[in-house]
Design a protein around this ligand. Structure first.
Ligand code: SF4
Ligand code: SF4
Length: 454
């Protein structure tokens, strides 16, 4: 017999439809009103033990519900299987996820940057120490995922090249998969560098545009005060033909729909509508370095509501919405023993916000990983299954307790520490359903056109 999942969400959608979403499987489907009524009737029947009076139509729907994990075997325990996956990920030694900052130097002078700009680059001793540490584990590894970070990593492309070539050789010899991505401000993403990055297997690049040109240029100027927008946009135009580009737009209370619309118009004029993913980041006062921006920052609920407005604007302007409520087993690298952030000196951190802040380091790559280091434990130890509000939360599979830094560094409590889905899932499901529907219609139209041409 079967029972209903604890993680189902049904959201009325347009006329006589419902968006059905299961947070554990990530399944999203459109359901007719008639099928939703049938689902409610099935739920009722399943709640009565030994009930097996299902019509053919009930059974047909039940099969689909089983497929999307909206129903599960009556003896199944979703929370236990989620906890199992969570622990498996936490202690997984077969995947190594390294975020490497080959330099903390940067060519921009962003007002809100939490990294104190430091000169200096990773030296050959640190490169050797990284390779040694990976080499010691290589026989047990299935995968190594590198995220190049900084400072601005393109200021240290030679180091990235050296490390990548060594890692690719090791991957071949030890038979593990290798992938890499990069977080860059995009200013140095010249045509040459795009092709170098392709050769270095960088497949995804995150670039930040903080609003339209007139705002971005005041928030993310070059060190000499000149604007950076035009060149970054030109670079993205070229790069997006070769590398997956995600454009992050950091927003705070100074933003409005008019401002976002202005940026989207600029992206449309650049022909980027269908070529990049755009998503919104919440500016947060992550450390004392950026306490000066705290007054402008949204709180969690404000950001969640603003995000909905901005994603609707994306839709209205012909962009796809790529943010999806996908199931995760841990929230971020802070909660896995196979994930580390390494600064140019080889010092290790649990969080992007801490890079270069030496008192937040939990060791050095030249020494063996110390999983008992107090800083390591502070960020690693949080377990959402020991927190009553998380354990019983209907969106636990897509949040897993949220960002550890918010709890520890900012001391946030209650729903302030929750993922935005907690505040805006219904509205976002509405937007995601429209976006998916459009994509599907577009595919059908393209297929039709292709048939006509034959
Ligand atoms: S702790 Fe929070 S801010 Fe730090 S890496 Fe994880 S999600 Fe990001
Ligand atoms: S942090 Fe909030 S949204 Fe996330 S699992 Fe816990 S209670 Fe749910």
């Amino acid at each position: 017999m079967y029972k209903i999942s604890n993680y189902n969400h049904f959201q009325p959608w347009q006329e006589d439809y419902f968006v059905a979403f299961n947070a554990l499987s990530g399944a999203v489907a459109l359901m007719t009103g008639e099928n939703y009524s049938r689902y409610l009737a099935i739920s009722e029947k399943l709640s009565v033990s030994n009930h097996n009076n299902f019509s053919d139509e009930d059974n047909a729907l039940l099969e689909q519900l089983k497929f999307g994990k909206f129903v599960l075997p009556a003896n199944g325990d979703e929370t236990a299987s989620l906890k199992f996956a969570h622990n498996l990920h936490r202690y997984d030694q077969t995947t190594l996820g390294l975020t490497i900052a080959p330099t903390l130097n940067c060519n921009l002078g962003c007002k809100y940057c939490y990294e104190e700009n430091k000169p200096g680059r990773m030296n050959s001793d640190t490169i050797d120490a990284i390779m040694k540490r990976i080499g010691e584990r290589a026989d047990a590894l299935n995968r190594v995922d590198i995220n190049w970070y900084g400072g601005e990593p393109l200021l240290a492309l030679g180091i990235i090249e050296e490390l990548t070539n060594k890692l690719l050789d090791m991957a071949k010899e030890k038979n593990f998969r290798y992938s890499s991505s990069m977080i860059s401000n995009g200013y140095l993403l010249s045509k040459d560098n795009v092709h170098r990055l392709r050769e270095l297997k960088v497949s995804i690049l995150q670039v930040t545009l903080d609003g339209p040109k007139r705002i971005h240029d005041t928030r993310r100027p070059l060190k000499n005060g000149n604007g950076s927008f035009d060149r970054i946009l030109e670079n993205i135009k070229y790069a997006s033909d070769y590398i997956g580009i995600g454009v992050r737009v950091n927003v705070d209370r100074n933003f409005s729909e008019e401002i976002i619309k202005e940026l989207l118009d600029e992206l449309v004029r650049a022909g980027l509508q269908k070529k990049i993913g755009v998503y919104f980041g919440q500016l947060e006062p992550a450390s004392s370095v950026c306490a000066n921006i705290a007054d402008h920052c949204y709180n969690a609920n404000e950001f969640s509501q603003a995000e909905v407005k901005y994603y609707r604007l994306l839709l209205d302007n012909g962009f796809h919405v790529q943010k999806l409520p996908s199931p995760i087993s841990v929230y971020c690298m802070a909660q896995g023993i196979g994930a580390h952030l390494i600064d140019p000196d080889g010092d290790l951190y649990r969080c992007y916000n801490h890079v270069g802040i030496k008192e937040k380091s939990c060791g050095n790559i030249a020494d063996d990983f110390d999983f008992q280091h107090p800083i390591f434990r502070e960020y690693f130890d949080f377990d959402p299954f020991t927190d009553e509000s998380c354990r019983t939360c209907e969106i636990l599979p897509i949040c897993m307790g949220g960002c550890p830094s918010r709890r520890i560094d900012r001391g946030l409590k209650g729903e302030e520490r929750c993922e935005t889905w907690k505040h805006n899932l219904d509205s976002m499901l509405d937007i995601i359903a429209i976006s998916r529907r459009r994509e599907q219609l577009q595919k059908e139209q393209d297929a039709e056109l292709a048939r006509e041409k034959l």
